[in-house]
Design a binder for this molecule. Structure first.
Ligand code: NAD
Length: 470
């Protein structure tokens, strides 16, 4: 026999709130001033952390269900990484939002100048499916830390995680100032018709354009955390074992569905063979001789993305070193390394976003930096080398959201660094202090003493001053 716990069960789930009414409700909470005090912000950050820790199993299971990810990978990259980000905000919040005294030039003395870091208002955070907890909750934490009301839109492509947010956010966070709207394109489109004070979008560039266009109608600033093809350069003097291990980690984590994954590798021709055999050995070491049976290798998020990667492989234009198998029914793409890649191979035409790694040989570093510069600015750029000169040359002659030397992915864990793209890989940034900056207005406040007399020269009639400019 089933029992009904509350009148809500009798009525079924509550009807979704009208977007205009919902945003008006959040705006009223914001304008009431309730989100501004540091005590409120700290309470929200603590509650968000508590939600992730007390509901850790549920959120981890949701990520595993949505992505077929190994549970440890789901926990460490989504739950643990987010808790770490929240703790960083908790530790530094006072310092990061404190007014910043500025120097004042002699002409403007006596007087005080300061930058007041104030919240923007109501922020919309639109998350993607690939790290569905981290990429929604980290911007949420930054927006709350900065004192905003927040509307969250989790990705419909990760429905279990979306449900978990919709279930728990209203219980842990202040429901007057934080809300979750579930849904896909129609729901997001309806939300984007509303006026927000900031829109923070993570996902692909095509939708990024839709989001930016919708926000522009209200002159709303946007942060676009997009993707792209993040290249790796392996120089002749690199520690090849280290490079192979770290490239394999970044490419095959989450079955390659990571925005800062190593998309393709440029390796110096003299060490190409050695790197390829080390990469093949890494695949065996990590996932055994049949990765399909490994509990440590994930799956593609859905059939659509499995078929997309299969099409890239079916188009050919390369030689397989290891892997290559696809099972669409099982959403499985084997960890794959390919070489002898044609310039016009489909694999080189778009972000792969799957566990396939093209390796291209080069003779001269400038060939590589020219190729990177000729393409879209990537989100990340990885360089493996023992030479500072090589690092300096790459940094000076290319552009990318971030650079990581002799490692991959870990730069985004360094919370003193901004994380974000440039050009096609997005604009704006977050993580640590940079998240607070993104969700704040830097208000210029200049204060003069009331006893100060006006300079007669600056006021009309201009008299002699006018004659000087004639
Ligand atoms: P997705 O399909 O989950 O879409 C992202 C969000 O956009 C979702 O909330 C979705 O509902 C919304 N959306 C989709 N279509 C829309 C439309 N027509 N109008 C309005 N909203 C819409 O995720 P995705 O785009 O497949 O994510 C993968 C991409 O995101 C990759 O390119 C990846 O590199 C990039 N990414 C970037 C970062 C980063 O931090 N820079 C992180 C993760 C992923």
């Amino acid at each position: 026999m089933t029992t009904l716990d509350s009148p809500r069960d009798l009525a079924g789930p509550p009807a979704p709130e009208d977007p205009a009414a919902l945003v008006a409700r959040l705006r009223a909470a914001y304008t009431s001033g309730r989100t501004r005090p540091l005590a409120w912000r700290h309470a929200q950050l603590a509650a968000l952390k508590r939600m992730l820790l007390e509901r850790e199993e549920e959120f981890t299971a949701a990520v595993v269900e949505d992505l077929g990810r190994p549970p440890f990978e789901a926990w460490v990259a989504d739950i643990r990484a987010t808790v770490r980000e929240i703790e960083d905000l908790q530790k530094h919040l006072e310092a990061w939002v404190a007014p910043r005294r500025q120097k004042v030039a002699a002409l403007f003395r006596p007087g005080k100048a300061s930058i007041v870091v104030e919240p923007l208002g109501v922020a919309l955070v639109i998350g993607p499916w690939n790290y569905p907890v981290q990429l929604l909750a980290c911007p949420l934490a930054a927006a709350l830390g900065a004192g905003n009301a927040v509307l969250l839109k989790p990705s419909e492509v990760a429905p279990a995680t979306s449900r978990a947010f919709a279930r728990w956010v209203p219980e842990y966070l202040d429901p007057a100032a934080v809300a979750v709207v579930e849904g896909g394109v129609p729901e997001t489109t309806a939300l984007l018709e509303q006026r927000f004070d900031h829109v923070f979008y993570t996902g692909n560039g095509a939708v990024g354009r839709i989001v930016a266009t919708a926000a522009a109608r209200h002159l709303t600033p946007v942060t676009l955390e997009l993707g792209g093809k993040s290249p790796v350069i392996v120089a002749k003097d690199a520690n090849l074992q280290q490079a192979a291990s770290r490239i394999a980690f970044s490419r095959f984590l989450n079955s390659g569905q990571t925005c800062v994954a190593s998309d393709h590798v440029y390796v110096h021709r003299d060490v190409e063979e050695e790197l390829l055999s080390l990469l093949a050995a890494e695949v065996r070491k990590r996932y055994g001789s049949d990765p399909r049976t490994s509990g440590d290798f994930g799956r593609m998020v859905n059939r659509h993305h499995t078929e997309r990667v299969k099409r890239l492989l079916d188009a050919g234009g390369f030689e397989v070193v290891v892997g290559g198998e696809v099972d669409v029914e099982q959403r499985y793409v084997a960890p794959t390394v390919v070489r002898h890649v044609a310039g016009d191979a489909a694999l080189m035409g778009e972000e792969i976003f799957g566990p396939v790694l093209p390796v291209l040989a080069f003779d001269d570093l400038t060939e590589v930096t020219d190729a990177i510069t000729a393409g879209d600015k990537p989100l990340a750029l990885y360089v493996f080398t023992a030479s500072q000169e090589t690092v300096d040359q790459v940094v000076a002659t290319t552009s990318s959201g971030g650079v990581c030397v002799n490692d991959a992915l870990t730069h985004l864990l360094v919370s003193t660094l901004p994380f974000g793209g440039v050009g096609e890989s997005g604009h704006g940034s977050y993580h640590g202090r940079w998240g607070i900056e993104t969700f704040s207005h830097h208000r210029a406040v200049y204060q003069r003493p009331s006893w100060l007399k006006d300079l007669p020269l600056l006021n009309p009639p201009y008299g002699r001053l006018k004659q000087r400019t004639a």
